[in-house]
Design a protein around this ligand. Structure first.
Ligand code: UD1
Ligand code: CA
Length: 494
């Protein structure tokens, strides 16, 4: 048992954005509940050079999901992430959420994580403790834990789950099968064979009355196989001190799954994506073979849009209504208007596609592409940092980079904007109604005026005035009878 404890926790507060009050209990309007998210561990079982809580499921870090749930229950200013291993990286990845950070250095166990957060948490009446590696937790379940604690007048309330395979988890020893009261939590490594048969497990989510927690937390010891301060030991300590320790079982056991191994991360990712597809389908989106689609947590899709098999919709992508997204398309952080058709195999990053546009098959929109209303971008067309105006078309085998293209422009097959001189990038401007013949090369900086024509296979190096025709290619020479004369000279027929 440690006689003295050195709290090395440093608290940093960042300005908090507004939060949703829907799950906040009216009686706690004075904000006396904090949420502490334990996120300092290394994640040894992942065998990774990256910190565990930054491993991604559903397209974002484990910790980001837990923060999103927490900030729906208490104001962001009352959420504390306890970080330690690779703390700077973890902090940088989620600092934008506006939560607070407490530094746990070194990491001596889940109990120690709460010890170092004492100074930050002591002003609160109650603290809800979440695990930064268990991202399926919902705001509703956190609120249930909070309410169960209040209605049972407990010092410690833990969330539990009944699992078919409880291996690896801490087991919950209830006073009796039907009792809400808990005697202790036994970690897998210390459990007797009989205790290992208990299928009710400790989820790693708790709530404590802070005064009671910090009155007894120094009684935690390290006499266990890991030599760590286990937060789970608080159950037996509080019990011995005649404090009330209770457990409430999760309605959906999947919610407590933690990502300790790559296999568990894959399982959580699948849960999350299946739930995302189900939610979108409930909202009126058709998903063909949803088990083949990869849709990130923050994606939005409008009603009557159809996602074909093997589509990936990633990041903050928003897709409008009545669209059709063809198989093997990958959309990342892009905004798609209504009535857009993506034929199969389109790859879009950080791009905007306005209503009624048609893309693909196999169009590649790189960052900064803005495709206008009703515009067409066809197969093997690559774009980057361009604006393609309303109703304009670039249908075949073309590269358009650093270009401002007006409305009603026709870009012929094989057109290339030569935007790079080896040192700098230059801009191409094609004004409204211009017609660019096939196989044209437009050497930037260059401007093709309104309504102008560029002859096929031209290499345009000078501006083309409006309504004019520019042809810049070798003249065709025809030598009549040349082949016949050669043939006769050889004395043959071929
Ligand atoms: C923990 C519980 C176990 C429970 C399981 C549920 C303990 C001793 N055991 O085990 O009863 O069944 O969760 O998933 O608590 N962390 C810190 N600082 C540390 C150590 C860990 O912040 O010093 C963080 C980790 O980053 C992680 C969380 O606490 O996010 C849980 O730690 P982890 O090592 O994953 O605990 P488990 O072995 O899963
Ligand atoms: Ca864990």
């Amino acid at each position: 048992m440690p006689k003295s404890r050195k709290a090395s926790g440093k608290v940093q507060t960042v300005a908090a954005p507004p939060f949703s009050r829907s799950l906040r209990k009216g009686g706690n309007a004075d904000g006396k509940i904090a949420i502490a998210i334990m996120a300092a561990g290394k994640g040894t079982r992942l065998k990774s050079k990256h910190p565990k809580v930054l491993h991604e499921v559903g397209g974002k870090p484990l910790l980001a999901h837990v923060i999103a749930a927490a900030t729906k229950v208490v104001p962001t200013a009352d959420v504390y992430a306890i970080i330690g291993h690779e703390a700077d990286r973890v902090r940088a990845a989620v600092a934008h959420t506006g939560i607070n950070f407490v530094l746990q250095q070194p990491q001596k166990g889940t109990g120690h994580a709460l010890m170092v957060a004492r100074e930050a948490l002591a002003p609160y009446d109650q603290v809800i403790v979440l695990s930064g590696d268990a991202p399926l937790i919902t705001p509703e379940t956190i609120a249930r834990l909070r309410d169960f604690h209040a209605s049972h007048n407990a010092a410690m309330t833990m969330l539990t789950a009944h699992l078919q395979n409880p291996t690896g988890y801490g087991r919950v020893l209830r006073k009796s099968a039907k009792s809400d009261e808990v005697l202790a939590i036994v970690e897998e490594k210390s459990a007797s064979p009989a205790q290992k048969r208990i299928t009710e497990i400790n989820s790693g989510f708790y709530t404590f009355s802070t005064a009671t927690l910090f009155r007894y937390i120094d009684q935690l010891g390290t006499a266990n196989p890991h030599g760590e301060f286990y937060l789970t030991d608080m159950a037996a300590i509080l019990r011995k001190a005649k404090e009330r320790v209770v457990a409430v079982a999760a309605e959906h056991p999947n919610e407590i799954l933690g990502g300790n191994t790559r296999a568990e991360l894959a399982e959580i990712d699948q849960h999350m994506r299946r739930a995302k597809c189900e939610q979108l389908m409930q909202d009126g989106v058709t998903i063909l073979y949803p088990q083949t689609c990869v849709i990130d947590a923050d994606v939005e899709v409008g009603a009557d849009t159809i996602l074909e098999p093997f589509v990936q919709v990633l990041g903050n992508t928003q897709i409008g209504s009545d669209c059709r997204i063809g198989s093997y398309s990958v959309l990342n952080n892009s905004v798609i208007g209504d009535n857009v058709i993506l034929r199969p195999g389109c790859v879009l990053s950080e791009s905007v596609v306005k209503a009624g546009a048609r893309l693909g098959p196999y169009s590649h929109l790189r960052p900064g592409s803005d495709i206008g209303e009703g515009a067409h971008v066809g197969n093997f067309v690559e774009t980057k940092k361009i604006r393609l105006g309303k109703g304009s078309k670039a249908n075949h085998l073309t590269y358009l980079g650093d270009a401002e293209i007006g409305e009603g422009v026709n870009v012929g097959a094989g057109t290339i904007t030569c935007n790079y001189d080896g040192v700098h990038k230059h801009q191409t401007v094609i004004e409204d109604g211009a017609f660019i013949g096939s196989d044209a090369t437009l050497v930037a900086p260059v401007r093709v005026g309104k309504g102008a024509y560029v002859g096929a296979a031209s290499c345009i190096t000078k501006d083309v005035p409006p309504d004019s025709l520019a042809i810049a290619r070798g003249h065709q020479i025809v030598k009549e009878g040349w082949v016949k004369a050669k043939r006769q000279a050889r004395g043959g027929t071929k």
